[in-house]
Design a protein around this ligand. Structure first.
Ligand SMILES: Nc1ncnc2c1ncn2[C@@H]1O[C@H](COP(=O)(O)OP(=O)(O)OP(=O)(O)O)[C@@H](O)[C@H]1O
Ligand SMILES: [Mg+2]
Length: 636
């Protein structure tokens, strides 16, 4: 195991160990702080305005007390009116400051959502293909949406609830103590009774919240998977829609139950606090009234104390429930961090070089490879399994060596599952070889920049994926600057110009989800047109013509042969007729190259290739078709 992986495992295990012990760690809080630090100016302004608001909160009850005292003392009308005017002015100022404070906290909160979303998106984009083959899309999308918003809530509520309320609380408390420390203490004896259970409730709510997030993610997974064109087709053909519906309903039902429980826990808690506040108010009126009747306290002070108390319990309630909210929302932060902590196994080196211009060679040197096991590339919660598979890593390729000189064509043949597509995926670094080296233009692909590798290598994959976009957009993916003329030229060479021209929207026709509005062969020809347009120096074709009938295969093959002229190519094909012209044919069995040579050499050898050829030849004779075309042998 490499150093990198050991470190990754250690990090992974420590994260999960912590998750089991407590809802969040100190390290997570430190990280949130780093994220928030970018908004420190807005945060400071927010704190300043919150403090001003706190002063206003305390000022009004004090003025109200003064009014009562003025009335009791029989002061002139003007005194009472000016006090009332002051109260009005403070109310207006308070409203203004409230608006600014809210604006600031919204700015900070939404800014944080933006930061987190960008971080997660960028990070996920850098993940290796192995990660995507394991992860469920819906679960991932849910991280980007729900959890990022949850994380923002954690931050906003910490800021607006905790910080500003703490200031208000402190100020109110100090003023109350000055008015009458006895009454203040008596009124507050009820407090610990209500604040202590808050800790327990916070943990409980965090657990409920985590469970709910998991269920939500499973539901969005089911929807993204089933409501895609291929998924919906599969359900209609083989699925059991009733069972799918009831499984969905069951989950949605559990989310409802959890929602109700969360709401109830929260509400019971808030009710307790409100009750405490009401009881404390009764204490103030009773004890304060008694002191006032004895003459040891002004009536105005009683009124001020009562008003302050109501304002004391409000931030107190908020503070206590903020803890609850912060706890549950911190879970979201953690779920986001979990994704950000996944190490992209395939990374560009800081001193990576560009691929040289012009024709380049492709070389495999003693390459061994096994697909990475789940625990190295994935997260249990994104795969929706309890624990990650540590198995896998079974060797798929053994000591594969070959060299395609610039402009040469190498063909890979062999039975299904032999490892042909795997070899093809190592050159563009969809995966990295475990042992040995893959070189493009004489340089280890691990020392090349991703962008230049992308520009040099063009690949038509076995499943020819298209985005849900227009034909034009799909074609322009590798070369956004190509002109319409070039696009039409590529279409013509892929024998697709007739079809596109006949479509009402032409190049602007939407291909549908994953290109499902096109036939299999049309889709394949479109991916070939994309390759022709990109004009890469190295072309990798994985069964590029498999979906075509023999006539159009012959035509497309012709176009491909033309496109391959002067380019290095690795061609995978089941139909041996398409690889006859290769400079070298590699016969692959169970991840090993068992034979190599030209078509004629291999036939003369009388081994596995000859056997494959014989079976296919008798098949094509039986059906009366042979798509064989012998393109001008390249490189000779
Ligand atoms: N993403 C993956 N994760 C784990 N194992 C994989 C993955 N892709 C392929 N394999 C396994 O690797 C082996 C080689 O697969 P590969 O796709 O290279 O075969 P192939 O020669 O292209 O076959 P075909 O002709 O059917 O396309 C197979 O045993 C397959 O099950
Ligand atoms: Mg394959």
């Amino acid at each position: 195991m490499s150093m990198e992986m050991t470190a990754w495992n250690a990090l992974y295990n420590s994260l999960h160990a912590q998750e089991d012990q407590r809802p969040f760690s100190r390290a997570a809080v430190a990280r949130i702080y780093r994220f928030a630090h970018r908004h420190h100016r807005a945060v400071l302004a927010f704190l300043a305005f919150s403090s001003v608001l706190a002063v206003f909160t305390v000022a009004t009850p004090l003025l109200a007390g003064r009014v009562v005292d003025a009335i009791v003392a029989g002061a002139p009308l003007s005194t009472v009116l000016s006090l009332a005017g002051l109260i009005a002015a403070i109310a207006v100022a308070e409203a203004g400051a409230g608006i600014v404070t809210r604006w600031l906290s919204a700015r900070i909160g939404e800014g944080l959502i933006l930061d987190l979303r960008r971080a997660v998106y960028d990070h996920v984009q850098r993940m290796p293909v192995a990660f995507f083959t394991r992860t469920r899309t819906g679960a991932l999308v849910s991280r980007l949406n729900n959890d990022v918003i949850g994380a923002q809530r954690a931050f906003s509520s910490t800021l607006s609830e905790v910080v500003s309320n703490a200031v208000t609380l402190l100020l109110t408390f100090v003023v109350m103590l000055q008015l009458s420390w006895q009454i203040t203490l008596v009124a507050l004896v009820l407090l610990p009774l209500f604040v202590l259970p808050a800790r327990r409730m916070g943990t409980r709510l965090a657990r409920l919240e985590r469970e709910r997030a998991n269920h939500n993610a499973v539901m969005s997974t089911q929807m993204t998977e089933r409501f895609s064109a291929p998924g919906a087709t599969l359900v209609k053909l083989f699925g059991r829609p009733e069972e799918e519906s009831s499984a969905f309903a069951e989950r949605a039902g559990r989310v409802r139950d959890l929602g109700v429980r969360t709401a109830m826990v929260q509400h019971v808690f808030i009710t307790l606090l409100t009750l405490a506040s009401a009881l404390a108010l009764a204490v103030v009126y009773g004890v304060g009234g008694m002191y006032a009747l004895r003459g040891s306290l002004d009536p105005g002070a009683v009124v001020s104390l009562a008003l302050l108390l109501t304002r004391l319990y409000a931030p107190l309630t908020a503070l206590a429930s903020a803890r609850v909210e912060v706890m549950s929302a911190l879970v979201s932060f953690q779920r986001v961090f979990e994704v950000l902590d996944l190490k992209p196994l395939i990374e560009e080196k800081p001193d990576a070089r560009k691929v040289q211009e012009g024709p380049v060679s492709v070389e495999f040197d003693g390459v061994g490879f096994g697909y990475p096991s789940a625990d190295k590339v994935s997260l249990a919660s994104l795969e929706e399994v309890a624990t990650l598979d540590t198995r896998g890593g079974e060797q798929v390729l053994h000591d594969v060596s070959f060299r395609a000189e610039p402009g040469q064509m190498i063909a890979l043949v062999g039975s299904s599952g032999a490892g042909k597509s795997t070899i093809a995926s190592l050159a563009p670094r969809l995966y990295d070889a475990d042992t040995g080296t893959v070189r493009v233009g004489g340089t280890d692909v691990r020392d090349l920049t991703a962008s230049s590798l992308r520009r040099t290598l063009g690949m038509v994959t076995q499943d020819g994926h298209l985005f849900h976009d227009t034909i034009r957009a799909n074609l322009l993916l590798p070369r956004p600057e190509a002109t319409d003329e070039e696009v039409w030229d590529a279409l013509r060479r892929a024998r697709l110009d007739g079809l596109v021209a006949s479509l009402p929207d032409g190049l602007d026709t939407l291909v549908g989800e994953r290109g499902y509005r096109l036939s299999g062969g049309e889709r394949q020809r479109l991916t070939i047109a994309r390759l022709l347009l990109a004009q890469p120096q190295v072309v990798i074709l994985d069964e590029a013509t498999a979906h075509l009938d023999t006539t159009s295969e012959a035509a497309v093959q012709e176009a491909l042969t033309e496109a391959l002229q002067g380019r290095t190519s690795v061609v995978i094909a089941h139909r041996l007729s398409t690889v006859r012209a290769a400079d070298q044919i590699l016969v692959l069995e169970e991840g090993r190259i068992v034979e190599r040579g030209t078509h004629h050499e291999l036939l003369a050898l009388g081994g596995r290739y000859e056997e494959l050829h014989r079976t296919q030849f008798s098949e094509s004779r039986a059906t009366g078709s042979d798509g064989a075309i012998d393109p001008a042998p390249a490189g000779s």
